[in-house]
Design a protein around this ligand. Structure first.
Ligand SMILES: Nc1ncnc2c1ncn2[C@@H]1O[C@H](COP(=O)(O)OP(=O)(O)O)[C@@H](O)[C@H]1O
Ligand SMILES: [Mg+2]
Length: 263
């Protein structure tokens, strides 16, 4: 039985539309899925950023309280102590006790300053990122006796607070890790700006991070580092070998991140 021409044409049209629909549906689903995933990721980044902002503000608040409140109290105590020590004391044991107390007070003041400055580095507010990184590098060398060089240009590091804080915290965590885990003899921090991208690398010549280290469920330091980078749309890679560990970060810099230095 043969079909008439119009019937054949109609059947063909229906078949073609059906085929197009079957073909189009997965493409639409895939596009929708991708759009959903992108929206979820953008939402997550916004939440990460908001949370990080809150944390940073709280840290600044606690640092100020520590400095203004407890810091002032300890400083006053130290003045009282020196007045007390000027009084005539006849027995040796009391003099030793007072000298010991004065020493411990001084240690308390020093460690309070270190804790407050870790919470919110004064250097970042006072002199900007370059100055803050120099202070970090210097303090690391002094404390751990490990050589640390900073290769960067001050005029390239005039960035908004959001970017400066993220970079400072990443370098700070990296240096803490090097001091705790790497057994390194030399560290190099490099920052380079090219058009609207900032490259940051932190390299050490220690034992080298292993894949298993990065996968430990307790690796919160590394996790935090990833989240900070992702929150500002950057990417990060961490590699380890017998020659040491290398953390490499690319950060795209939007206009508001600081454009003065990009000439
Ligand atoms: N520079 C490094 N060299 C060697 N190992 C490292 C280095 N940085 C990190 N690691 C390893 O990665 C692990 C996870 O680091 P991190 O997430 O910061 O957690 P934590 O420092 O609290 O152990 C560390 O326990 C350590 O084994
Ligand atoms: Mg750590």
């Amino acid at each position: 039985m043969s079909m008439s021409r119009p019937l054949l044409a109609a059947a063909l049209l229906i078949a073609m539309r059906l085929a197009w629909r079957l073909d189009a549906r997965p493409a639409t689903f895939a596009a929708q899925r991708e759009a959903d995933a992108r929206a979820r990721m953008a939402g997550r980044r916004a939440t990460d950023y908001a949370l990080e902002n809150i944390r940073e503000e709280e840290r600044t608040h606690i640092a100020r309280e520590l400095h203004d409140d407890l810091g002032q109290l300890l400083a006053t105590l130290r003045v009282d102590m020196s007045l007390l020590m000027q009084r005539p004391v006849t027995d040796e044991a009391t003099r030793d006790l007072l000298t010991g107390m004065d020493g411990r007070l001084l240690s308390a003041i020093t460690s309070l300053r270190r804790i407050a400055s870790n919470l919110r580095p004064h250097a970042l507010d006072e002199g900007g990122l370059y100055f803050a990184l120099q202070s970090l590098r210097h303090e690391f060398e002094e404390r751990h006796g490990v050589a640390c060089e900073l290769i960067a240009r001050e005029d390239e590091l005039v960035l908004s607070d959001r970017y400066s804080t993220a970079i400072f915290r990443i370098v700070q965590e990296s240096l803490t890790n090097i001091a705790r885990h790497a057994q390194a003899g030399h560290v190099r921090i490099t920052l380079r700006r090219q058009r609207n991208t900032l490259f940051l690398s932190i390299e050490d010549d220690g034992r080298g991070i292993a894949q298993a280290d990065m996968e430990k469920p307790t690796s919160f330091g590394l996790l935090g580092m990833h989240e900070r980078v992702w929150a500002i749309r950057g990417d990060i890679s961490i590699t380890g070998s017998h020659g040491g560990t290398r953390i490499a970060i690319h950060l795209p810099l939007p206009e508001e991140a600081g454009v003065q230095a990009c000439r």
